[in-house]
Design a protein. Structure first.
Length: 168
């Protein structure tokens, strides 16, 4: 990962800027883990004991962005871009016939929409009621950082298994 284009979060920002910049940093990390690979490499199940692929992680990220920001926080009536289950796992992880360009386009669009939803909230403490729960913007941003960080750990292992590339 020699061409690190990510913007590192400020070490002195306020809470909102810290959370949004750490989330963007995690998003950029996933993109960096996928950079320079072919479609076949992005679809490769590189670890014998796992069905995870880098493209599956990108599609999952798009679904999670949509779910938390557009559905939960913004009350939009939108469905996941890759609905259903296959063999007990979400369809987004089944990438054999997936369109790589579409997956990255949908993910980038969902990230942009998520940023717009966040910008519409005046405070991290603003809440929404969703399915009987009160959920704050702060919670969603924190959860999304955790979600990406966990899956970026998976992406680290996948990328190294695919072509030996390592790095943050």
């Amino acid at each position: 990962m020699e061409d690190d284009q990510r913007i590192h979060p400020s070490k002195a920002a306020d809470d909102r800027a810290s959370l949004t910049s750490f989330l963007d940093y995690q998003r950029a990390t996933l993109a960096m883990k996928c950079a320079g690979l072919t479609g076949e490499q992005l679809k490769q199940r590189a670890i014998p004991t796992s069905g995870l692929t880098l493209l599956g992680l990108v599609r999952h990220a798009a679904s999670v962005e949509r779910g938390w920001f557009r559905v939960t926080l913004h009350s939009e009536d939108v469905k996941t871009p890759w609905p259903g289950e296959v063999g007990g796992t979400f369809a987004e992880f089944h990438v054999e016939d997936a369109d790589v360009d579409e997956a990255f386009r949908v993910w980038q669009e969902e990230c942009a929409r998520a940023r717009a939803v966040v910008a519409a909230f005046s405070s991290l403490d603003d809440t929404v009621d969703f399915r009987g729960e009160t959920i704050s913007l702060r919670y969603v941003l924190t959860h999304m950082i955790e979600e990406y960080a966990r899956h970026n750990g998976h992406a680290d292992l996948l990328r190294e298994a695919i072509d030996g590339t390592v790095g943050e």
